[in-house]
Write a protein that binds this ligand. Structure first.
Ligand code: SIN
Length: 367
Protein backbone atom coordinates (compact mmCIF):
# COMPACT_ATOMS: atom_id res chain seq x y z
CA UNK A 1 0.00 0.00 0.00
CA UNK A 2 1.19 3.54 -0.70
CA UNK A 3 0.92 6.70 1.40
CA UNK A 4 -0.53 7.43 4.84
CA UNK A 5 -3.28 5.47 6.56
CA UNK A 6 -6.46 7.44 6.19
CA UNK A 7 -10.15 7.06 6.33
CA UNK A 8 -12.32 8.00 3.37
CA UNK A 9 -14.15 10.51 5.62
CA UNK A 10 -10.86 12.36 6.39
CA UNK A 11 -9.97 12.61 2.75
CA UNK A 12 -13.26 14.20 1.76
CA UNK A 13 -12.51 17.05 4.19
CA UNK A 14 -9.06 17.78 2.78
CA UNK A 15 -8.35 20.32 0.07
CA UNK A 16 -6.54 19.14 -3.05
CA UNK A 17 -3.38 20.81 -1.72
CA UNK A 18 -3.66 19.03 1.65
CA UNK A 19 -4.24 15.70 -0.08
CA UNK A 20 -1.02 16.15 -2.06
CA UNK A 21 0.88 17.15 1.10
CA UNK A 22 -0.34 13.99 2.80
CA UNK A 23 0.48 11.88 -0.24
CA UNK A 24 4.15 12.88 -0.32
CA UNK A 25 4.90 13.46 3.37
CA UNK A 26 7.28 11.05 5.09
CA UNK A 27 5.44 8.29 6.93
CA UNK A 28 6.90 5.12 8.34
CA UNK A 29 5.67 1.58 7.84
CA UNK A 30 3.77 0.55 10.97
CA UNK A 31 5.40 -2.84 11.32
CA UNK A 32 8.90 -1.32 11.22
CA UNK A 33 8.21 0.78 14.35
CA UNK A 34 9.18 -0.68 17.71
CA UNK A 35 6.13 -2.17 19.30
CA UNK A 36 5.57 -2.11 23.08
CA UNK A 37 2.66 -4.50 22.70
CA UNK A 38 4.84 -7.59 23.03
CA UNK A 39 6.14 -8.94 26.33
CA UNK A 40 9.45 -9.91 24.84
CA UNK A 41 11.48 -7.10 23.28
CA UNK A 42 11.58 -7.50 19.52
CA UNK A 43 14.92 -6.78 17.87
CA UNK A 44 15.37 -3.12 16.99
CA UNK A 45 14.88 -2.51 13.29
CA UNK A 46 15.50 0.66 11.37
CA UNK A 47 12.23 2.45 10.68
CA UNK A 48 11.29 2.02 7.05
CA UNK A 49 9.76 4.96 5.16
CA UNK A 50 6.43 4.11 3.61
CA UNK A 51 6.63 3.75 -0.15
CA UNK A 52 5.17 6.64 -2.05
CA UNK A 53 4.07 6.75 -5.67
CA UNK A 54 6.34 9.31 -7.37
CA UNK A 55 5.12 8.65 -10.90
CA UNK A 56 3.27 11.98 -11.13
CA UNK A 57 6.15 14.11 -9.87
CA UNK A 58 7.54 16.37 -12.61
CA UNK A 59 11.25 15.76 -13.03
CA UNK A 60 12.90 18.75 -14.75
CA UNK A 61 16.24 16.98 -14.91
CA UNK A 62 14.66 14.26 -17.09
CA UNK A 63 12.60 16.86 -18.94
CA UNK A 64 15.79 18.77 -19.80
CA UNK A 65 17.59 15.59 -20.90
CA UNK A 66 14.83 14.42 -23.20
CA UNK A 67 14.28 17.95 -24.54
CA UNK A 68 18.00 18.28 -25.36
CA UNK A 69 18.02 14.87 -27.08
CA UNK A 70 14.76 14.88 -29.00
CA UNK A 71 12.92 18.16 -28.31
CA UNK A 72 10.21 16.05 -26.67
CA UNK A 73 8.41 17.69 -23.77
CA UNK A 74 5.87 16.84 -21.08
CA UNK A 75 2.48 18.23 -22.28
CA UNK A 76 2.33 20.78 -19.43
CA UNK A 77 5.87 22.10 -19.92
CA UNK A 78 7.06 24.81 -22.31
CA UNK A 79 10.63 25.99 -22.86
CA UNK A 80 11.18 29.71 -22.41
CA UNK A 81 12.84 31.31 -25.42
CA UNK A 82 14.38 34.41 -23.90
CA UNK A 83 18.06 34.27 -24.78
CA UNK A 84 19.00 33.36 -21.19
CA UNK A 85 22.31 31.53 -20.96
CA UNK A 86 20.75 28.25 -19.70
CA UNK A 87 17.50 26.35 -20.27
CA UNK A 88 14.41 27.68 -18.52
CA UNK A 89 11.05 25.88 -18.43
CA UNK A 90 7.56 27.17 -17.65
CA UNK A 91 4.20 25.53 -16.97
CA UNK A 92 1.31 26.21 -19.36
CA UNK A 93 -1.27 26.64 -16.61
CA UNK A 94 0.90 28.49 -14.07
CA UNK A 95 2.06 31.71 -15.76
CA UNK A 96 4.86 33.45 -13.86
CA UNK A 97 6.49 30.19 -12.73
CA UNK A 98 9.98 29.44 -14.08
CA UNK A 99 12.22 26.43 -13.45
CA UNK A 100 15.97 26.61 -14.14
CA UNK A 101 17.30 23.05 -13.70
CA UNK A 102 20.89 22.71 -12.47
CA UNK A 103 21.39 26.48 -12.48
CA UNK A 104 24.25 26.42 -9.95
CA UNK A 105 27.57 24.61 -10.32
CA UNK A 106 28.65 22.25 -7.52
CA UNK A 107 31.22 24.86 -6.40
CA UNK A 108 28.49 27.50 -6.17
CA UNK A 109 26.21 25.11 -4.26
CA UNK A 110 28.98 24.41 -1.73
CA UNK A 111 29.70 28.11 -1.33
CA UNK A 112 26.04 28.87 -0.51
CA UNK A 113 25.79 25.88 1.83
CA UNK A 114 28.85 27.16 3.74
CA UNK A 115 27.43 30.69 3.87
CA UNK A 116 24.00 29.42 4.96
CA UNK A 117 25.54 27.64 7.92
CA UNK A 118 28.24 30.11 8.97
CA UNK A 119 27.62 33.73 7.99
CA UNK A 120 23.86 33.90 7.25
CA UNK A 121 22.70 32.99 10.77
CA UNK A 122 25.04 35.59 12.36
CA UNK A 123 23.44 38.63 14.10
CA UNK A 124 22.01 41.06 13.21
CA UNK A 125 20.36 38.46 10.98
CA UNK A 126 17.65 36.76 13.00
CA UNK A 127 16.91 33.06 13.27
CA UNK A 128 14.15 30.96 14.83
CA UNK A 129 16.42 30.71 17.92
CA UNK A 130 16.23 34.46 18.65
CA UNK A 131 12.91 34.32 20.49
CA UNK A 132 14.22 31.89 23.08
CA UNK A 133 17.96 32.49 23.29
CA UNK A 134 18.51 35.98 21.93
CA UNK A 135 21.07 36.56 19.18
CA UNK A 136 23.48 33.63 18.88
CA UNK A 137 26.94 34.08 17.39
CA UNK A 138 29.00 31.33 15.74
CA UNK A 139 26.49 28.50 16.00
CA UNK A 140 28.11 26.28 13.37
CA UNK A 141 31.62 26.62 14.77
CA UNK A 142 30.32 26.06 18.30
CA UNK A 143 28.64 22.85 17.15
CA UNK A 144 31.91 21.80 15.53
CA UNK A 145 33.72 22.53 18.84
CA UNK A 146 31.01 20.61 20.75
CA UNK A 147 30.15 23.66 22.83
CA UNK A 148 27.08 24.01 25.00
CA UNK A 149 24.78 27.03 25.26
CA UNK A 150 24.12 27.73 28.92
CA UNK A 151 21.83 30.25 30.55
CA UNK A 152 23.95 32.88 32.24
CA UNK A 153 24.90 32.13 35.80
CA UNK A 154 27.50 33.96 37.90
CA UNK A 155 29.66 30.97 38.73
CA UNK A 156 29.91 30.03 35.06
CA UNK A 157 30.55 33.62 34.00
CA UNK A 158 33.68 33.62 36.15
CA UNK A 159 34.89 30.39 34.59
CA UNK A 160 34.96 31.75 31.09
CA UNK A 161 34.75 35.49 30.64
CA UNK A 162 35.73 35.32 26.96
CA UNK A 163 32.53 33.69 25.63
CA UNK A 164 30.12 35.79 23.63
CA UNK A 165 26.98 36.42 25.63
CA UNK A 166 23.53 36.73 24.07
CA UNK A 167 20.47 38.17 25.67
CA UNK A 168 16.87 37.30 24.92
CA UNK A 169 13.70 39.27 25.59
CA UNK A 170 13.46 38.07 29.23
CA UNK A 171 16.92 39.55 29.89
CA UNK A 172 18.29 36.03 30.35
CA UNK A 173 21.75 35.70 28.94
CA UNK A 174 22.90 32.60 27.08
CA UNK A 175 26.54 31.87 26.44
CA UNK A 176 28.51 29.15 24.69
CA UNK A 177 30.87 27.20 26.93
CA UNK A 178 33.26 24.36 26.39
CA UNK A 179 31.48 21.13 27.35
CA UNK A 180 33.78 20.43 30.31
CA UNK A 181 33.38 23.99 31.67
CA UNK A 182 29.60 23.78 31.42
CA UNK A 183 29.67 20.44 33.26
CA UNK A 184 31.41 22.12 36.22
CA UNK A 185 28.66 24.69 36.64
CA UNK A 186 25.30 24.60 38.41
CA UNK A 187 23.60 21.32 37.42
CA UNK A 188 20.17 22.92 37.60
CA UNK A 189 21.22 25.45 34.94
CA UNK A 190 19.42 25.16 31.63
CA UNK A 191 21.66 24.20 28.75
CA UNK A 192 21.53 22.88 25.21
CA UNK A 193 24.30 21.60 22.98
CA UNK A 194 25.27 23.71 19.96
CA UNK A 195 24.88 20.66 17.71
CA UNK A 196 21.26 20.25 18.85
CA UNK A 197 20.65 23.94 18.18
CA UNK A 198 22.16 23.59 14.73
CA UNK A 199 19.79 20.71 14.00
CA UNK A 200 16.91 22.84 15.22
CA UNK A 201 17.86 25.82 13.05
CA UNK A 202 14.80 26.29 10.80
CA UNK A 203 15.26 29.75 9.30
CA UNK A 204 17.44 32.81 9.17
CA UNK A 205 16.61 36.14 7.54
CA UNK A 206 18.99 38.35 5.56
CA UNK A 207 18.65 41.98 4.55
CA UNK A 208 15.35 43.50 5.69
CA UNK A 209 14.18 41.35 8.57
CA UNK A 210 10.88 39.51 8.28
CA UNK A 211 8.68 39.53 11.38
CA UNK A 212 6.90 36.16 11.39
CA UNK A 213 4.43 37.11 14.10
CA UNK A 214 3.19 40.11 12.09
CA UNK A 215 3.91 38.43 8.73
CA UNK A 216 5.59 41.61 7.55
CA UNK A 217 9.00 43.24 7.14
CA UNK A 218 10.09 45.21 10.19
CA UNK A 219 12.30 47.91 8.68
CA UNK A 220 13.13 49.22 12.18
CA UNK A 221 15.12 46.05 13.02
CA UNK A 222 18.89 46.33 12.60
CA UNK A 223 20.03 44.60 9.44
CA UNK A 224 22.87 44.29 6.96
CA UNK A 225 22.39 44.54 3.22
CA UNK A 226 22.12 41.28 1.27
CA UNK A 227 25.73 40.22 0.61
CA UNK A 228 26.92 41.52 -2.74
CA UNK A 229 27.72 38.14 -4.28
CA UNK A 230 24.26 36.79 -3.41
CA UNK A 231 22.67 39.94 -4.74
CA UNK A 232 24.57 39.65 -8.06
CA UNK A 233 23.59 36.00 -8.41
CA UNK A 234 19.91 36.73 -7.72
CA UNK A 235 19.87 39.67 -10.18
CA UNK A 236 21.25 37.43 -12.93
CA UNK A 237 18.96 34.49 -12.20
CA UNK A 238 15.87 36.72 -11.97
CA UNK A 239 16.27 37.94 -15.57
CA UNK A 240 13.92 35.45 -17.28
CA UNK A 241 11.06 36.59 -15.02
CA UNK A 242 11.75 40.34 -15.00
CA UNK A 243 9.67 42.95 -16.79
CA UNK A 244 11.77 44.10 -19.80
CA UNK A 245 14.25 46.87 -19.02
CA UNK A 246 13.92 46.51 -15.23
CA UNK A 247 16.48 45.20 -12.77
CA UNK A 248 15.70 43.00 -9.78
CA UNK A 249 16.68 44.63 -6.44
CA UNK A 250 17.38 42.00 -3.76
CA UNK A 251 16.37 43.51 -0.42
CA UNK A 252 15.57 40.51 1.76
CA UNK A 253 16.10 36.77 1.83
CA UNK A 254 14.79 33.91 3.91
CA UNK A 255 16.96 30.85 4.38
CA UNK A 256 14.98 27.71 5.23
CA UNK A 257 16.74 24.71 6.76
CA UNK A 258 15.12 21.28 6.45
CA UNK A 259 16.08 18.09 8.28
CA UNK A 260 14.64 14.59 7.96
CA UNK A 261 10.85 14.72 8.20
CA UNK A 262 10.66 18.54 8.05
CA UNK A 263 8.06 20.07 5.79
CA UNK A 264 6.97 23.54 4.74
CA UNK A 265 3.20 23.78 4.66
CA UNK A 266 1.26 25.33 1.78
CA UNK A 267 1.49 29.13 1.88
CA UNK A 268 1.65 32.31 -0.18
CA UNK A 269 4.57 34.76 -0.23
CA UNK A 270 2.54 37.92 -0.56
CA UNK A 271 4.14 40.49 1.76
CA UNK A 272 6.18 42.21 -0.95
CA UNK A 273 4.81 45.34 -2.64
CA UNK A 274 5.34 44.47 -6.30
CA UNK A 275 4.39 40.97 -7.39
CA UNK A 276 5.66 41.57 -10.91
CA UNK A 277 9.13 41.03 -9.39
CA UNK A 278 10.08 37.39 -8.86
CA UNK A 279 11.09 35.52 -5.76
CA UNK A 280 14.37 33.82 -6.64
CA UNK A 281 14.49 30.50 -4.83
CA UNK A 282 17.51 28.19 -4.81
CA UNK A 283 17.74 24.62 -3.59
CA UNK A 284 20.80 23.16 -1.88
CA UNK A 285 21.44 19.70 -0.46
CA UNK A 286 19.04 16.78 -0.38
CA UNK A 287 16.36 16.46 -3.06
CA UNK A 288 12.85 17.61 -2.18
CA UNK A 289 9.33 17.57 -3.54
CA UNK A 290 7.86 21.00 -4.19
CA UNK A 291 4.12 21.48 -4.61
CA UNK A 292 2.88 24.32 -6.76
CA UNK A 293 -0.85 24.77 -6.40
CA UNK A 294 -3.20 27.37 -7.78
CA UNK A 295 -4.86 30.45 -6.31
CA UNK A 296 -7.13 28.23 -4.22
CA UNK A 297 -6.10 25.33 -2.01
CA UNK A 298 -8.76 23.40 -3.91
CA UNK A 299 -6.69 23.57 -7.11
CA UNK A 300 -4.78 20.37 -7.83
CA UNK A 301 -1.08 21.15 -7.25
CA UNK A 302 1.79 20.11 -9.50
CA UNK A 303 4.42 18.09 -7.67
CA UNK A 304 8.02 18.45 -8.86
CA UNK A 305 11.47 17.43 -7.68
CA UNK A 306 13.86 20.15 -6.50
CA UNK A 307 17.51 19.09 -6.59
CA UNK A 308 20.59 20.82 -5.28
CA UNK A 309 21.45 23.62 -7.72
CA UNK A 310 17.93 24.09 -9.14
CA UNK A 311 16.46 27.60 -9.17
CA UNK A 312 12.78 28.46 -9.24
CA UNK A 313 11.34 31.92 -9.99
CA UNK A 314 7.82 32.92 -9.00
CA UNK A 315 6.48 36.19 -10.38
CA UNK A 316 3.19 37.72 -11.50
CA UNK A 317 0.26 35.30 -11.25
CA UNK A 318 2.46 32.59 -9.74
CA UNK A 319 2.91 34.87 -6.70
CA UNK A 320 -0.73 34.12 -5.90
CA UNK A 321 -0.26 30.34 -6.03
CA UNK A 322 -0.09 28.21 -2.90
CA UNK A 323 3.16 26.30 -2.62
CA UNK A 324 5.07 24.21 -0.11
CA UNK A 325 7.56 21.41 0.48
CA UNK A 326 6.01 18.20 1.85
CA UNK A 327 9.11 16.01 1.66
CA UNK A 328 12.86 15.91 1.59
CA UNK A 329 14.76 12.72 0.76
CA UNK A 330 17.79 11.93 2.89
CA UNK A 331 18.42 8.33 1.83
CA UNK A 332 21.42 7.62 -0.38
CA UNK A 333 19.39 6.58 -3.41
CA UNK A 334 17.03 9.56 -3.48
CA UNK A 335 18.96 12.46 -1.95
CA UNK A 336 21.14 12.85 -5.07
CA UNK A 337 23.95 14.72 -3.34
CA UNK A 338 26.94 12.67 -4.50
CA UNK A 339 28.72 15.67 -6.12
CA UNK A 340 28.34 17.62 -2.87
CA UNK A 341 29.68 14.69 -0.86
CA UNK A 342 32.75 14.53 -3.08
CA UNK A 343 33.29 18.26 -2.79
CA UNK A 344 32.89 18.28 0.99
CA UNK A 345 34.97 15.15 1.56
CA UNK A 346 37.53 17.16 3.53
CA UNK A 347 35.00 19.37 5.28
CA UNK A 348 33.43 16.75 7.48
CA UNK A 349 31.11 19.11 9.40
CA UNK A 350 29.47 20.44 6.23
CA UNK A 351 29.37 16.91 4.82
CA UNK A 352 27.59 15.51 7.86
CA UNK A 353 25.10 18.35 7.94
CA UNK A 354 24.16 18.24 4.27
CA UNK A 355 23.82 14.44 4.16
CA UNK A 356 20.55 14.75 6.04
CA UNK A 357 19.50 18.29 5.18
CA UNK A 358 18.21 20.64 2.55
CA UNK A 359 18.63 24.42 2.46
CA UNK A 360 16.48 26.83 0.50
CA UNK A 361 17.50 30.46 -0.01
CA UNK A 362 14.74 32.65 -1.38
CA UNK A 363 15.54 36.22 -2.31
CA UNK A 364 13.01 39.00 -2.59
CA UNK A 365 12.58 42.58 -3.71
CA UNK A 366 10.43 44.05 -0.95
CA UNK A 367 9.44 47.50 -2.34
C1 SIN B 1 9.26 28.75 0.22
O1 SIN B 1 8.27 28.57 -0.43
O2 SIN B 1 9.29 29.69 1.01
C2 SIN B 1 10.47 27.85 0.10
C3 SIN B 1 10.34 26.82 -0.96
C4 SIN B 1 11.48 25.84 -0.96
O3 SIN B 1 11.93 25.44 0.11
O4 SIN B 1 11.91 25.44 -2.04
Amino acid sequence: MYGPDRSAADEVEWTAFRRAEKKYKLYYDKDSRNSKKFDKPIPLRKKQPKKVDLSEVLDFKEILESYSKSSELHPEVVPLQCGFDRPVFCLKTRPGFYFIPGALSVEEQCKWIRESLTSFPQPPNRTNHNARYGPIHDLFISAKDQKVLVVEDNSLAQLDSESDACRNGDAKTWKFYEQHTAALGDKSCKSISASKLLRKLRWSTLGLQFDWSKRNYDVSLPHNKIPDSLSQLAKGMATPAMPPGEEFKPEAAIVNYFGLGDTLGGHLDDMEADWSKPIVSMSLGCKAIFLLGGKSREDEPFAMFLRSGDIVLMAGEARECFHGVPRIFTDKENAEIMPLEVHFSREIDFLEYIRSSRININIRQVF
